[in-house]
Design a protein around this ligand. Sequence first.
Ligand SMILES: [Zn+2]
Length: 101
Amino acid sequence: MRSLICPVCRATNKDAVICRRCRADLSLLHELDDYRIALVERARGAVAVGDVEGAKDWLAEAERIRPGSDTERVAALVALLERDFAGAWHHYRLAFSPREP
Ligand SMILES: [Zn+2]
């Protein structure tokens, strides 16, 4: 289940295409979120084959849309591949900090 915040009224909507409060159309936000999820998956795939630069590119594009715990988890893996242990710890901690709806 995905949770989106309505840009019009700030209501949290769970898998709703129409905002439960103000009836705004959220379908474009769902499409953008689907695209973001695909970018994070591409970054994970790049990590799996050791493609650090590719993973960074996919992550950067996903984070331009919205940073989140999923991008921080992959960023931690990228940092580990680069043997940047302090960076990995930083991203790991961000991944589990309460900042997402
Ligand atoms: Zn709304």
